[in-house]
Structures are given as structure tokens and as C-alpha cells.
Design a protein around this ligand. Structure first.
Ligand SMILES: C[S@@+](CC[C@H](N)C(=O)[O-])C[C@H]1O[C@@H](n2cnc3c(N)ncnc32)[C@H](O)[C@@H]1O
Length: 198
């Protein structure tokens, strides 16, 4: 079992209210981009959909959403939530390291909220190449990930780190530092980065 698969235990053992990232509403940074039409409706891939909050939001805004997560418990929650609000979403229990079942250039938009910062350094190239393949050229990729302001850790990034990691594949259109009160009432810091595939 890879360490990624431990996520399923997290979802099976903890109530949704105890998950710090599950705010019960879509992140403001994504909502603003959609409202400003910087991300336009089309075929979207949610890379780590969790319990489906962002996938459902995008569907309600006119996107055709495919949503993946490695945790079958999370996907079961997400399917149930989507069913209740009549949101038609293609869900798959699938790792972000295995995107081969999707066509090259299949998606108009890739959403990555709380996902990239969980990609192990050894898997980073596989992840970046996979995402790059499935996204159409010049189209948006939105990353929301931990910033260095949370304290030193392998997956807490500076602005320079973000630019260095992503600028090989993407033109960075907008990068914002975000302070957020999370579901556990603690403040955490993130980078909200909108980029376009080169
Ligand atoms: C911090 S949560 C974010 C969930 C969701 N995007 C949100 O904002 O509520 C991280 C998610 O990544 C998923 N995940 C972790 N490793 C994964 C992998 N290798 N492939 C797909 N999903 C993965 C976890 O199961 C978890 O749902």
C-alpha cells in the first residue's frame, strides 16, 4: 500500500466536521475566479475531489466535471452529496499519479485544491507530466497549496518555489497569498495560483 492510500483511513475514521480542509463551501479563491470568468465553464478535472464540494460547485456553474480521489470513502461521500443536489459528476477512485485513462488535451480546466502539496517529491515529475498531458494548451490550471508561512516542511512552498516548479509547464497568470481559517478553526496559509498551459 502506498502512503497515499492512508487517506482512506482518515475519511473512514474521522467525521467530516473533523477534517480541517472540509469547509462545507467552495474556497473563495476559486469562486472569485469563476465569478470573474477567469475560469470559464467547460470540461473540468478535479484532481483530489475529497467529499466533492468543489466538483459540485463547478457543476452548478455549468462545468462538466470529472472528479478523482484515492479514497473510496471520500468518493462515496461525494457521490451521495452530488446525488442529493442532482449534480451529474463522473467520479473515479483513482490516484493523481495515474491519469492514463484520460485522453491527451481532454480537459479545459484542471482543479487542484489541497492536492499538489500532497504529491511526494519523488512523484512530482509523474504528477506534473500527467496533469500537463490531460489539459488543453493555453487552458487554466488552478493550484491551492500550503505556503511557507505555515512553518518549514517539505511541502510548504515559497512564491519562488511555486514559480520554479510550475513555470516550465505553465504561464503564471495570478499568484496570491491567502490566509484561511480552516475547518478546525486554525489559521493556515496558502498560495492560490492561476496558470495557463504553455
Ligand atoms: C486536503 S484534502 C483536499 C480535498 C478537496 N480538494 C477539498 O478541497 O476539500 C486532500 C485530498 O487528496 C486526496 N489524495 C491524496 N493522495 C491522493 C492521490 N494519490 N490521488 C488522488 N487523491 C489523493 C485525499 O484523499 C484527500 O481527499
Amino acid at each position: 500500500m502506498s502512503s497515499y492510500e492512508n487517506w482512506d483511513r482518515t475519511y473512514s475514521k474521522r467525521p467530516l466536521e473533523a477534517l480541517p480542509w472540509e469547509l462545507g463551501r467552495p474556497r473563495k479563491s476559486l469562486v472569485e475566479l469563476v465569478e470573474k470568468k477567469l475560469i470559464k465553464p467547460g470540461k473540468a478535472l478535479d484532481l483530489c475531489c475529497g467529499v466533492g464540494t468543489h466538483a459540485i460547485y463547478l457543476t452548478k456553474k455549468g462545468f462538466q466535471v470529472t472528479a478523482i480521489d484515492i479514497s473510496s470513502h471520500a468518493v462515496d461521500y461525494a457521490k451521495e452529496k452530488a446525488r442529493k443536489v442532482n449534480a451529474k459528476i463522473q467520479f473515479h477512485v483513482q490516484s493523481f499519479l495515474n491519469l492514463e485513462n484520460f485522453e491527451d488535451d481532454e480537459f479545459d480546466f484542471v482543479l487542484d485544491i489541497g492536492c499538489f502539496h500532497h504529491v511526494k517529491v519523488k512523484d512530482r515529475d509523474t504528477f506534473l507530466n500527467g496533469v500537463y498531458s490531460v489539459l488543453k494548451k493555453t487552458n487554466p490550471y488552478f493550484v491551492f497549496c500550503f505556503s511557507h508561512r505555515n512553518g518549514p516542511a517539505w511541502n510548504h512552498f515559497t512564491e519562488d518555489d511555486m514559480i520554479q516548479i510550475f513555470s516550465k509547464f505553465y504561464n503564471i497568470k495570478n499568484i496570491q497569498h491567502v490566509e484561511s481559517v480552516e475547518g478546525d478553526s486554525n489559521v493556515r496559509y496558502f498560495w492560490a495560483v492561476l496558470m495557463e498551459k504553455k
